[in-house]
Design a protein around this ligand. Structure first.
Ligand SMILES: NC(=O)c1ccc[n+]([C@@H]2O[C@H](COP(=O)([O-])OP(=O)(O)OC[C@H]3O[C@@H](n4cnc5c(N)ncnc54)[C@H](O)[C@@H]3O)[C@@H](O)[C@H]2O)c1
Length: 274
């Protein structure tokens, strides 16, 4: 039987591009999850255009914050597809607001979507993977999961948290034949800034320049999927030398990095951004 790849956040942006890439490669069955069923059906149709059969693609709407539903969702996948070989925890929401303005509740919501939801679905799938002594757990973190970014205190919190969770989980389950990969993208073209939370929790609603001029999502997916199939454990991806350089600077010269980010942020503040 061909491998089953379960992708959350598959209705848009990077998750949609992952689905299309696995369909293009062929030889995989897909489970597509996000909240909006019509969008998932649209992505399914694109996968069928790449040559998959309808039975090879299960549309499974879910809300990652509805953790009580996750055990049943896993059961549905196993009843329908028989197995899960890779779970890509990709659903997520970003932020565009200064900390001093941001409602505390916004931090809780970002954490529930970007962290708690991923942990819950992962824990629901884990017994199946342990039973087979095989599987691959993946999370889409961010450069902001390594480097704290202005206007994204909650997002940086959440993306650092998933890095820590999945790095620690990898140690615990590698000897059981289960792999863990973390993805740290820079700016990728998607709806991420449009859907990002403002200080009051409403959607930011703006496509910002960074995202509009980011890496093409399909190219991002091609690079990442090749590295996932090679079982690479940490996968940076992006085209901005400045953004990807931040990862190296955090390792080699954090003091210089903090100086640079503090200077940049003071300029943003002075310009009255947001
Ligand atoms: N685009 C970037 O520049 C960038 C950079 C680094 C990391 N990321 C991460 O990549 C992942 C995908 O984001 P994207 O850029 O494609 O943005 P996007 O807004 O286009 O897609 C986000 C996806 O997550 C889904 N989602 C959001 N909340 C959900 C919930 N409660 N339950 C189920 N699904 C939910 C959305 O429906 C959508 O399918 C996110 O985790 C994001 O943080 C994006």
């Amino acid at each position: 039987m061909s491998e089953v790849i379960w992708i959350t956040g598959a209705s848009s942006g990077i998750g949609e591009a992952f689905a299309k890439e696995f369909a293009r490669l062929g030889g995989y069955r897909l489970v597509l999850s996000a909240r909006r069923e019509p969008e998932l059906e649209r992505v399914k149709a694109q996968c069928l255009n790449q040559g998959l059969d309808s039975d090879d693609v299960l549309v499974l709407p879910l809300d990652v914050t509805d953790t009580d539903s996750h055990t049943d969702k896993v059961k549905t996948v196993l009843d329908t597809m028989g197995q899960v070989d890779m779970l890509i925890n990709n659903a997520g929401v970003s932020q565009r607001s200064w900390c001093v303005d941001t409602d505390l509740e916004v931090y809780r919501r970002i954490f529930e979507i970007d962290v708690y939801g991923q942990i819950s679905l992962t824990k629901a799938v884990l017994p199946h993977m342990r039973g087979r002594q095989s599987g691959h757990l993946v999370v889409t973190s961010s450069v902001a999961g390594k480097v704290g970014a202005p206007l994204r205190t909650g997002y940086s919190m959440a993306k650092h948290a998933v890095m820590g969770f999945f790095d620690a989980l990898r140690c615990e389950i590698a000897h059981e034949g289960i792999s863990v990969s973390t993805i740290t993208p820079g700016s990728i073209q998607s709806q991420v800034s449009v859907n990002a939370m403002r200080a009051d929790g409403e959607a930011f609603g703006i496509m910002d320049d960074q995202i509009e001029n980011g890496m093409d999502a399909d190219r991002c997916a091609q690079e990442v999927v090749a590295k996932l199939l090679a079982k690479q454990r940490e996968i940076p991806v992006g085209e901005s030398a400045m953004e990807m350089g931040l990862l190296e600077m955090k390792r080699s010269n954090p003091e210089a990095l903090f100086d640079m980010l503090e200077g940049m942020t003071a300029n943003l503040r002075a310009q009255g951004v947001y």
